[in-house]
Write a new protein. Structure first.
Length: 284
């Protein structure tokens, strides 16, 4: 079989070649070229194989999404392949997978650098999605306004020094995750202003519990609590990566050309359950 790939086709850059990211890419990448970035060579190899067997044009790159230089190199490689129309960032680690500092470095600061790096290279008419989490809505009380402002507008290089991100405040991985995901929702507001100068849009999606390897790690560590939360939610079930991909496809499409700098909660009504007193959150 001879596959004919034109040069300089539109680029879809996916950082984090995991379940949700792949479900999104499979919906939008036909006729385009996909650049996959992930820290795991195993994840890259299996994602590449999956896409290539379905006829997609794919290039892979080992990227550490918690490292500024690595993220910028990924963005540079994307521009070499062609006009960057789509950037999807699903690289992340969950509370039971790692320590608070790693979560802050990856889910919060790394995501901020990725928004900056791709804000410099997006093609006119392009769009991006950063996967946040419903946990961004789970703070027991709203963050003080000055903390929200700092998380929104502080230069990415200075985020690590913010008082609200120091170890005495971020006491465990659960707190680090919630803060990071809230920061994701806030930082697309800042990013939208930069991306807008290039005629591109950027939004977050905040998923509820979606069955992926990452979610399995959380189930295995806190199964009973998870089960109760799922039963309390409006839809009383977990989600599937395809349901996140459906929302992402909309936000990336020409149906959403006036939507930027905002968050779409896709959680089967989990936050609805919490905000109406049907479930009480405990951060651990
Ligand atoms: N699954 C859920 O229930 C759920 C819910 C809300 C939010 N999220 C968020 O969705 C995103 C995607 O997660 P998923 O559920 O598809 O999980 P996944 O495990 O399938 O995908 C995550 C990918 O990120 C990669 N990754 C991890 N650290 C990295 C690093 N330093 N550099 C580059 N890549 C790295 C992993 O190798 C993996 O391929 C994450 O940010 C997660 O926090 C997941």
């Amino acid at each position: 079989m001879i596959l004919n790939y034109n040069n300089k086709r539109e680029v879809v850059a996916l950082l984090g070649a995991g379940s949700m990211g792949m479900a999104i890419v499979e919906r939008i990448a036909a006729s385009r070229i996909v650049l996959l970035g992930d820290i795991s060579e195993k994840a890259l190899a299996s994602a590449r194989e999956k896409l290539e067997y379905s006829g997609y044009a794919v290039e892979t790159m080992k990227v550490d999404a918690s490292n500024k230089d690595s993220i910028y190199a990924f963005a540079r490689r994307a521009t070499e392949l062609g006009p960057v129309m789509y950037f999807i960032n699903t690289a992340g680690a969950s509370p039971h997978q790692t320590n608070p500092q790693h979560i802050l470095n990856l889910d919060l600061i790394g995501s901020a650098y990725a928004l900056d790096a791709f804000g410099d290279v997006m093609a006119r008419g392009g769009a991006g999605i950063l996967i946040s989490s419903m946990t961004g809505y789970m703070l027991p009380e709203p963050l003080p306004q000055e903390v929200e402002d700092a998380l929104t507008i502080t230069d990415s290089d200075k985020l690590a020094a913010l008082p609200c991100l120091q170890p005495d405040v971020v006491s465990n991985s659960g707190v680090a995750y919630v803060l990071s995901k809230r920061a994701n929702q806030l930082r697309v507001r800042k990013a939208a202003m930069d991306w807008g100068k290039r005629g591109a849009r950027i939004n977050t999606i905040s998923p509820g519990i979606v069955v992926t390897p990452l979610a399995y790690d959380e189930f295995n560590a806190a199964g009973e609590g998870y089960q109760k939360m799922i039963e309390a939610s409006a839809m009383q079930r977990v989600g599937n990566p395809a349901e996140i991909a459906a929302a992402a496809t909309f936000l990336l499409s020409d149906q959403a050309t006036f939507i930027t700098g905002t968050d779409l909660l896709v959680d089967g009504g989990m936050i609805a359950a919490i905000k109406t007193g049907h479930y009480q959150v405990q951060l651990s």
